[in-house]
Ligand binder design. Structure first.
Ligand SMILES: C[S@@+](CC[C@H](N)C(=O)[O-])C[C@H]1O[C@@H](n2cnc3c(N)ncnc32)[C@H](O)[C@@H]1O
Length: 176
């Protein structure tokens, strides 16, 4: 399975995301994912937590955000954001695939800018399929991949079908 990138690479990436998030606030992206108050959302490959504040706001106090990453620095960053902003609805998970979450417990799984780097994408997709509710959404963007690569990788095993292509994200629905 995957190994975390070096700490220096992670810090450089996090620095770059500060500019990205300044010029295109993450709320604008998340609005396309269809997150509603009370939803349980898994941010798979959360990185330094660019989506966390906006996601926590969208689900509200009755909802929950699970922020998962393979990198311990990502987990530290998200924990620091949640304590600074006093977010009580965010939980972190350090993992390279398994979430430890119950079957059919997640309304929306976010896979933003992460698919291209997964060495075992089908294992991760099977885990996301397991935790998603029957009408759950996998919301995805990946500027490293072309549209046909994204569609093929996600729908190839018959676990997801394309529901909607938005301006910035693809929303897939769970099959079965
Ligand atoms: C390019 S960053 C994207 C971060 C975030 N989603 C965003 O768009 O702001 C990809 C993240 O995926 C994480 N990652 C890579 N392989 C992983 C795996 N197998 N399981 C969980 N996280 C992984 C990396 O540590 C990194 O933080």
């Amino acid at each position: 399975m995957d190994k975390p990138m070096s700490d220096s690479h992670f810090k450089l990436m996090s620095f770059g995301y500060k500019f990205r998030d300044f010029f295109l606030p993450r709320m604008n992206v998340l609005k396309e994912a269809g997150i509603k108050p009370g939803f349980h959302v898994l941010d798979y490959g959360c990185g330094p937590g660019g989506y966390i504040i906006a996601a926590a706001e969208l689900v509200g106090k009755s909802g929950k955000i699970y922020a998962l990453d393979i990198h311990p620095l990502a987990i530290q960053r998200v924990q620091s954001i949640t304590s600074k902003k006093q977010l009580t609805n965010v939980e972190t998970i350090c993992s390279d695939c398994k979430t430890g979450l119950p079957d059919k417990s997640i309304d929306v799984a976010l896979l933003f800018d992460t698919l291209h780097g997964l060495s075992e994408p089908n294992e991760v997709l099977a885990e996301l399929h397991r935790v998603l509710k029957p009408n759950g959404i996998l919301s995805l963007s990946d500027h490293h991949l072309k549209e046909d690569e994204i569609r093929t990788k996600i729908t190839d095993k018959g676990l997801f079908r394309l529901l909607r292509k938005g301006e910035r994200v693809y929303n897939f629905s769970k099959v079965g």
